[in-house]
Design a protein around this ligand. Structure first.
Ligand code: UP6
Length: 262
């Protein structure tokens, strides 16, 4: 079945971040997010400048980096403005509401100050959404809920995934979408404003020796019905990350075009 375009979905998105992201994707013609899992801050900033023109989202694990301070934060934010991408700190919050309030707003990283998007597991129940929302909503931030994972043997299936879908529906002022694998098999068609991002993507199917499983841009955007491909080692591990990012951009975008015209 033919899918709605990113622009059409931006019209009906119920929170600021998903609206902004869907419009940005349409304008830049990219549904590529990079997982910038490099160890040095120098590499991180260089990578953001190199692949910036080809991505919609720059995904970080800030606790991997050798250095983090206000200056680094400012440089990353400048690159996000220069290249027009959103920053997604892949924090995978998983605690009670009151604890995530402190973790999201404070500590060494002050994630809510610079990350347009962060994410959370729903294991603790809806209090985690309420806590994160208390910090992020007034700053114009958005949350992704982990509905499924890419790794072998993960436990986010069936009724768990259904409960995540329902919680997202209920909190659309702050929840921008999901981390998912096969949304076409479970996501109700009712909320086209919610965005699906899928990690575990490379140009060829496969995996690593610690349980990661890879699907292709074509199968993730086309078959599985996701919106954004998240690629880490496939890009930053390549000999020419910029050129490789462009390849993923083209693969993801042509899969999207095929799915909206089918
Ligand atoms: N990620 C997954 N699977 C999930 C959720 N998140 O791989 O279900 C994240 C990882 C990593 C990136 O934390 O940052 O996506 C995947 O990187 P890779 O492409 O190098 O495997």
């Amino acid at each position: 079945p033919k899918r709605q375009s990113y622009e059409q979905r931006a019209e009906v998105a119920k929170n600021a971040v998903s609206k902004q992201l869907l419009n940005l994707m349409a304008k830049k013609k990219t549904n590529l997010a990079i997982a910038a899992d490099v160890a040095s801050t120098k590499q991180l900033l260089a990578l953001a400048d190199q692949v910036g023109p080809h991505i919609c989202v720059f995904k970080t694990h800030v606790d991997i980096l050798d250095t983090w301070n206000a200056e680094v934060q400012g440089e990353l934010q400048s690159l996000a403005e220069k290249h027009d991408f959103l920053i997604f700190e892949d924090r995978k919050f998983a605690d009670i509401g009151s604890t995530v309030v402190a973790q999201y707003s404070g500590g060494l990283y002050r994630i809510a100050d610079w990350a347009h998007i962060t994410n959370a597991h729903l294991v603790p129940g809806p209090g985690i959404i309420q806590g994160l929302k208390q910090v992020g909503l007034e700053k114009g931030r958005g949350l992704l809920l982990l509905a499924e994972m890419s790794s072998k043997g993960h436990l986010a299936t069936g009724s768990y995934t259904q409960a995540v879908a329902a919680a997202a529906e209920e909190h659309q002022d702050f929840v921008a979408g999901f981390i998912s694998q096969t949304p076409s098999s479970w996501q109700p068609q009712s909320s086209p404003g919610l965005i699906h991002m899928t990690p575990g993507v490379q140009l060829a199917k496969g995996g690593d020796n610690l349980g990661q499983q890879y699907n292709t841009p074509q199968s993730v955007i086309g078959g599985a019905g996701s919106d954004v491909i998240i690629v880490g080692r496939g890009i930053y591990g390549a000999s020419d990350p910029r050129e490789t990012a462009q390849q993923y951009q083209e693969a993801g975008w042509s899969a999207y075009l095929a799915s909206v015209s089918a």
